[in-house]
Write a protein that binds this ligand. Structure first.
Ligand SMILES: Nc1ncnc2c1ncn2[C@@H]1O[C@H](COP(=O)(O)OP(=O)(O)OP(=O)(O)O)[C@@H](O)[C@H]1O
Ligand SMILES: [Mg+2]
Length: 627
């Protein structure tokens, strides 16, 4: 007979008390198993009970340690709680009956239904009485607690308390609000996301999932079920961008020029009206004289127009001016628009997207696969887009998701999964693109009503906008060392969950603490292991340097890395056209290119050999380095 004692970080003694429990039994499975009882209720206050534990109990297979679940036989039901603290009590030990006190948070109860079947439900209706018996929750009861949600469950991994039991996530509760996967770099967040989304696709094929893949690493995780969108096939017509997003694009994320912005605000609605009347066969020039408000358009209305019409309108206005500095303002604005329009990296806005038609339905179909009722996921490879445009693209996708949910009354459930969320919704309001934060927080606050859910992944919860994280009702917390991050999470969770979070700094890779509505009970578990070929990783795979495994030789590897590096800051279409023909990639020439493209082209390099070209899978992979 012996005690097992640990010393927790807080400095208090935590006692692991040995108690023999028949492994397969549950309290329901074996209601007369009084011999397994290891303690009695001493007091109860709100959802917290104090349990007296006898001092001398032989060490068995189960130990009543912090984080373990216990069953309290209370009248007709069995209350399920979690041990949050265990203390030795000298006075009680001297009295002979109890040697330690365990603090238990009551989480739910197992009740017998009319049919006689037992089921677990959250919350406690009947509170324990003094002297009610307490056991470690047996395997069957634990299994019951993790399986009787009455809704769709996905197995996410193996429970820490008993690896024979699957930790399940209740998909409906998960999507009823929002969720977040949090942890330091390399602890298995992306792999965990792949596990959750894989299960979610199978359990809820009706949910349309858009994954914003910041590091281009998810393409292989979902096999054929994934539709991958990159800069080559993305279609986001410029007219779909609202005014703030459009100015962010035109000024490449830098501060805009107020005089130029005023001109845009006035002329964009006119260009939209002009296009509308042009489509209906009316004479364009005469209509161009009318103001945008005559057509009921604002600069934010997602109505098509021609960029050439906008340029013509600016040019016409410039022609009527006599003041040289005003003319220069107009001229500079035209140059900026021309530069972006002719920059091949922005082809996803100006070329891929058919400018001359209302392609809004096609855009929504591409992003959210609205036209399909098959399960699947869309992966948007953000690292393949120009760095300056990413904020606006994230903003527009979040906005489109919300607006579609709003105007379709939530008819089709959508999930927007956002990696590196702290970049787009930073707690520091001076950082990032304000409209993106607004679009994400709008989903966080109101998305539930319109069937739009948010899944966030972040290494730094403390850097994430608190209003957004506070709307997440399910958290998957992985290893994290930073005190600030941990205290943010502790303040946002219940006491039992907060106690579980004290394990966060010592979790292993792939281990996670799941808390909130998506989990039946707060649980420490290990995410299911992904096969090697389905792990999130770069396009080169996890062993790019292993020739035996289909990888590359060292010299070739370095050469390709440099090539990809250069391409990340080079006019893409220009490069790929030349390289596909096997021609040397010329340095930037003055003809037919925008000033911006000329600047970008200055970093030209060697032409790739044909065999290298065939291996160039994703030249944009390293465009975004982690901030
Ligand atoms: N569920 C899992 N199955 C198999 N391997 C895993 C799993 N979770 C983590 N790993 C291993 O840990 C490595 C890192 O995992 P992952 O890329 O998911 O971490 P991360 O937290 O997303 O990192 P980062 O913050 O840098 O993006 C993986 O390459 C893999 O080797
Ligand atoms: Mg990751």
């Amino acid at each position: 007979m012996r005690y097992v004692a640990d010393r927790t970080k807080k400095g208090r003694s935590a006692w692991g008390l040995g108690v023999t429990v028949p492994e397969q039994m549950g309290v329901w499975a074996n209601p007369t198993a009084r011999s397994t009882s290891f303690g009695h209720v001493l007091s109860c206050r709100g959802s917290e009970a104090r349990i007296g534990i006898p001092r001398l109990i032989p060490i068995g297979e189960q130990r009543a340690t912090v984080g373990k679940f216990v069953a309290i036989r209370s009248g007709a039901s069995v209350l399920v709680g979690m041990i949050t603290e265990v203390n030795a009590e000298r006075g009680l030990a001297a009295a002979g009956e109890f040697g330690a006190i365990a603090r238990v948070d009551l989480l739910g109860e197992i009740v017998r239904q009319g049919t006689g079947a037992a089921r677990f439900r959250r919350g406690v209706r009947d509170y324990p009485a003094i002297d009610d018996e307490v056991d470690v929750l047996g395997r069957e009861d634990l299994r019951l607690a993790y399986s009787s949600a009455g809704s769709r469950l996905i197995p996410a991994g193996d429970l820490h308390q008993d690896p024979a039991i699957k930790a399940s996530v209740d998909v409906d509760s998960l999507l009823a609000k929002h969720f977040a996967v949090l942890g330091s770099t390399g602890v298995g967040k992306s792999s965990g996301v792949a596990v959750i989304l894989g299960g979610l696709m199978r359990a809820r094929p009706d949910v349309r999932i858009l994954l914003l893949d910041v590091h281009n690493e998810y393409s292989k995780c979902f096999g054929d079920a994934a539709t991958v969108i990159d800069s080559n096939n993305l279609k986001l017509p410029f007219w779909l961008f609202n005014f703030e997003e459009m100015t962010d694009i035109i000024y490449c994320g830098k501060p805009s020029v107020p005089e130029e912005v005023e001109i845009l605000a006035e002329l964009i609605p006119i260009a939209k009206g002009t296009y509308l009347n042009y489509k209906s066969g009316t004479d364009r020039p005469s209509l161009a004289r009318r103001t945008g408000r005559d057509f009921g358009f604002s600069a934010d209305t997602p109505a098509p127009y021609l960029i050439q019409d906008l340029l013509t309108l600016i040019d016409e206005r410039m022609g009527k001016l006599e003041n040289r500095s005003s003319r220069m303002i107009h001229h500079r604005l035209m140059m900026r628009i021309e530069a972006i329009k002719n920059d091949p990296r922005y082809a996803f806005m100006f070329e891929n997207a058919n400018v001359g038609g209302d392609t809004m339905g096609a855009v929504l179909n591409q992003l959210f696969r609205l036209d399909s009722d098959q399960n699947g996921i869309t992966i948007l490879k953000l690292a393949s887009l120009p760095g300056e445009a990413i904020d606006a693209v994230v903003c527009i996708t979040a906005r489109l998701a919300f607006e579609f949910g709003l105007w379709s009354d939530g008819g089709i459930p959508l999930l927007l999964m956002c990696e590196e969320a702290h970049r787009y919704a930073s707690a520091d309001r001076s950082l990032g693109f304000a409209p993106t934060r607004r679009a994400l927080s709008r989903i966080a606050k109101e998305g539930r009503k319109y069937g739009v859910s948010l899944g966030l992944v972040s290494q730094r919860p403390a850097e994430l906008d608190p209003t957004i994280i506070s709307q997440c009702s399910t958290l998957f917390v992985m290893r994290m060392a930073n005190d600030e991050d941990q205290s943010i999470l502790r303040s946002a969770t219940s006491e039992a969950a907060a106690d579980l979070l004290s394990f966060v700094p010592s979790l292993a890779t792939g281990e996670v603490i799941g808390i909130g509505e998506g989990m039946q009970l707060p649980a420490r578990f290990t995410f299911a292991t992904l096969p090697r070929d389905m792990l999130p990783c770069g396009e080169w795979g996890s062993r790019p340097l292993d020739p035996a495994g289909g990888g590359l030789g060292r010299a070739e590897f370095i050469r390709m890395a440099i090539e990809r590096w250069r391409r990340a800051t080079t006019n893409q279409a220009h490069w790929s056209e030349a390289s596909m023909k096997g021609e040397p990639v010329p340095s930037a020439g003055p003809e037919g290119q925008s000033a911006l493209a000329r600047g970008l082209n200055a970093a030209g390099g060697d032409r790739p050999s044909p065999d290298l070209r065939s291996k160039l899978l994703d030249p944009e992979r390293y465009k975004i380095l982690k901030r």
